[in-house]
Design a protein around this ligand. Structure first.
Ligand code: SF4
Length: 179
């Protein structure tokens, strides 16, 4: 082979470098990618689960890996409500107001037995699940749930956004109607 001619390796490198690439997608896919990787959670911690959720935010489990580390304590800046703890009937109007003030599209995670069903508080003053007052998208079981379970709940929300899942429980929800 003439030494002035490029070798086959160099030839394929030249072809690779001259190749142009194109990425095609839909604007809805890009928007959904952005939405699901930039959830801004608002933790509504009232009891032990409120402490447990701190470990999800901490360095070991690191919620930031899922793009949801920008915790907000103003509902007007949040689109993911994480209800962590027992909700009494006295708190119900407050949590309803918080939910109504949140940005659309908004999601709710009921973290733990108390937020999901009242837990072991079968008492007149405890709401038997926060879904009695606001629509819940994901229920995370446990007393308290493990950090992994909470992360799993968050990933379910992300999947709902990705798949544009229909949410009849939210669509048919009416504020002020107690179940
Ligand atoms: S589910 Fe268990 S850990 Fe969570 S708030 Fe209720 S009692 Fe506490």
């Amino acid at each position: 082979m003439n030494s002035s001619q490029p070798s086959s390796h160099n030839q394929s490198k030249l072809v690779d470098e001259s190749r142009s690439y194109a990425l095609t997608t839909r604007i809805s896919k890009i928007a959904s990618w952005g939405k699901r990787n930039s959830l801004w959670p608002m933790p509504y911690g009232t009891a032990c689960c409120g402490i447990e959720i701190m470990s999800v935010m901490g360095p070991r489990y690191d919620l930031a890996r899922f793009g949801a580390e920008v915790v907000r304590f103003s509902p007007r800046q949040a689109d993911l409500l994480i209800v962590a703890g027992t909700i009494t009937e006295k708190m119900a109007p407050i949590i309803l107001r918080i939910y109504q003030q949140m940005l659309e599209p908004k999601f709710v995670i009921a973290m733990g037995a108390c937020a999901s069903s009242g837990g072991f508080y079968r008492a007149y003053h405890v709401l038997q699940g926060v879904d009695k007052i606001i629509p819940v998208d994901v229920y995370v079981p446990g007393c308290p749930p493990t950090p992994e379970a909470v992360l799993d709940g968050l990933m379910v929300v992300q999947k709902m956004i990705k798949d544009d899942t229909k949410r009849p429980w939210k669509d048919h929800w009416e504020p002020g109607v107690w179940k």
